[in-house]
Ligand binder design. Structure first.
Ligand SMILES: CC(C)(COP(=O)(O)OP(=O)(O)OC[C@H]1O[C@@H](n2cnc3c(N)ncnc32)[C@H](O)[C@@H]1OP(=O)(O)O)[C@@H](O)C(=O)NCCC(=O)NCCS
Length: 187
């Protein structure tokens, strides 16, 4: 991560939509409809975060975003995109770690996602964050019937997994608040 790009990760708001829309379009050109942001941001089941940095004249610029859905005790990463000119600087990694933080705050036991079988860049990103391929959904994507890989990190309720995620957070995203490793009812 370049020192020049001091990131802030914060909740996405409707004011961010004009900057998020082109990032979504360039990341997912196959989408015929963009995300219905108003509905998504009003939903109690979803959370979105943006990574921003101070641009010229210190005007905040959006670099990327991540979206999550929460279903019972599972967190599902539904979208992740970084502006093309800002890729390979660790921004997605930091966004995913912030998403992990939200899953831990909600006492989720599992973080999961689908990723295109051809998307080796994203698969590699998730793998470096401790997620593993646990299955394949055949023909999952409606635009080209491509398979999805199902990738997860399980055992978020266990001190051992929390500890390893906290170690990753310290290395990757020290600006994010520490993850609580031992829960109150642990021995
Ligand atoms: C996938 C995506 C979010 C990655 O964003 P990013 O900010 O460039 O990713 P990072 O810089 O945090 O990469 C972290 C690691 O992921 C892996 N990675 C990321 N992009 C990669 C690429 N193009 N090729 C190979 N590995 C890649 C590497 O291990 C990388 O670490 P390294 O740079 O130290 O080698 C970005 O390429 C994107 O927006 N793609 C289009 C949308 C998309 O595919 N979203 C994911 C849907 S599941």
């Amino acid at each position: 991560m370049s020192d020049a790009l001091a990131l802030t990760i914060r909740p996405l708001t409707l004011d961010d939509v004009p900057e998020i829309t082109p990032i979504e379009q360039e990341a997912f050109p196959e989408l015929t409809h963009g995300t219905p942001w108003q509905t998504e941001l009003e939903s109690k089941l979803s959370r979105y975060l943006v990574a921003t940095f101070p641009g010229s004249a210190a005007v905040e610029q959006v670099a990327g975003y991540v979206g999550l859905w929460f279903v019972l005790d599972e967190a599902h990463i539904t979208s992740l995109a970084v502006r093309i000119g800002l890729r390979r600087q660790g921004i997605a990694r930091r966004l995913v770690m912030a998403a992990v933080g939200l899953a831990l705050e909600r006492d989720c036991i599992l973080l999961t996602l689908e990723v295109r079988a051809s998307n080796s860049a994203a698969q590699e990103l998730y793998r470096t964050l401790g997620m593993r391929k646990v299955g394949v959904r055949r023909g999952y994507y409606s635009d080209n019937r491509e398979d999805a890989w199902l990738m997860t990190v399980e055992g978020l309720e266990t001190p051992a997994v929390r500890e390893s995620l906290e170690t990753l957070r310290q290395q990757i995203a020290p600006e994010i608040p520490p993850f609580v490793v031992r829960l109150q009812d642990d021995d």
